[in-house]
Design a binder for this molecule. Structure first.
Ligand code: 3JN
Length: 346
């Protein structure tokens, strides 16, 4: 692998630029004034020639199949796992450092899986293959809230139920929720295509495909990724992932069992001090964060409803919301890139 000089404005390729995460990558690079000399937008040949706006300019989408990554310093990839499988190693071989948003490389031992506030030290391991994996959205917001408690008193077990927005499934899923909502309000029947069952006015206990053990792959991602990010296979994770009719922002009800007893006040204070986390926990009507009112369009992970588990001597419960497309995907990738450049500021 070639080495890159990252002490100068860098050349960036956004791969999968026309998707939900790709679009967010562009707007976050712009908002954070990322020191990019050049930004190229790359996607499948269906989108070639489409124009995307960046820093007041129109960028024409280029064809991933023929795109030459030499000259690219950092590739921000979100094209789907099967596509990353082919093109991320090709980009890395050409000398780019790839930050990949798909599940393709997350579980490979020699690929770091990084949430910059949680395990920034893992980034250095990118040198082996030139690829850094970005975790799944549900994992990212959960480990942001677990980490300060884990460091303080250890965590034995995590029970989590997610309430995930349709944007996690992409543009077609967003459009289907819009269409179904309108159809149902107008008394018309709905025929699901993007979601496995009716999505509007409903909750679906399935995200991604079923595994042999009866869990879905989204649920198993939360198990595998939490253990890898915390570098601790002894943390037991028991997830149920549910899709809800929300457009942007995932919510999670998290129940943890700690190794040593910790008070609610201590947990609140640890979370308050943790970078990237905002605590809203007023124990009155509406005194908690929600996906739509706090998370959507914002960068922080919001935590509320912090309380003792009445059924366990070392149990703590809380509620976590975050924008699944920003901190759950694009923002986390850009923060990894900032770490590579030594310009992170949390
Ligand atoms: O559904 C969600 O809310 C998150 C989905 C993420 C997702 C969707 C399709 C394929 C992923 C992911 O990031 O894990 C993948 C994948 O790369 O396997």
């Amino acid at each position: 692998m070639k080495t890159r000089n990252l002490n100068k404005p860098v050349n960036i390729a956004v791969v999968g630029a026309t998707g939900e995460v790709g679009q967010a990558l562009l707007s976050i690079l712009e908002q954070r004034d990322f020191p990019a000399a050049e930004v190229r937008v790359v996607a499948s040949n269906r989108s070639v020639g489409k124009l995307l706006e960046f820093r007041g300019e129109e960028l024409a989408v280029e064809d991933l199949d023929t795109f030459d990554f030499s000259g690219i310093d950092i590739g921000l990839f979100s094209p789907g796992a099967a596509v990353s499988k082919i093109h991320a190693p090709r980009a890395a071989a050409a000398g780019a450092i790839v930050i990949d948003n798909t599940s393709q490389f997350r579980y490979d031992e020699d690929i770091p899986l990084v949430v910059p506030e949680v395990n920034p030290e893992a980034i250095a391991q990118y040198a082996a293959r030139g690829i850094i994996a970005n975790p799944n959205c549900s994992t990212i917001q959960m480990v942001m809230a677990l980490k300060p408690v884990y460091d303080a008193v250890g965590i034995e077990r995590v029970n989590v139920a997610t309430y995930q927005a349709v944007s996690g499934k992409g543009k077609k899923a967003i459009e289907e929720l819009e269409r179904q909502t309108i159809d149902l309000l107008n008394g018309r029947p709905v025929i699901p295509t993007a979601h496995p069952r009716q999505m509007a006015f409903n909750a679906l206990p399935q995200i991604d495909v079923f595994q042999d053990n009866g869990y879905t792959r989204e649920e198993m991602k939360m198990v595998w990724e939490t253990q890898k990010i915390l570098s601790d296979d002894t943390v037991r994770v028991n997830p149920t992932c549910v899709r809800v009719p929300v457009f942007y922002g995932h919510s999670e009800a998290v129940h943890i069992e700690t190794k040593e007893k910790i008070s609610v006040a201590e947990v609140r204070s640890l979370l308050h001090d943790f970078p990237g986390v905002v605590v809203i926990d007023e124990q009155q009507d509406g005194g908690y964060p929600t996906a739509v009112t706090e998370a959507a369009g914002h960068d922080s992970v919001f935590v509320g409803r912090i309380r003792e588990d009445l059924s366990h001597p070392r149990g703590i419960n809380f509620w976590v919301v975050a924008d699944n497309i920003r901190k759950g995907a694009a923002l986390n990738s850009v923060q990894i890139a900032e770490q590579l450049l030594g310009i992170s500021d949390f």
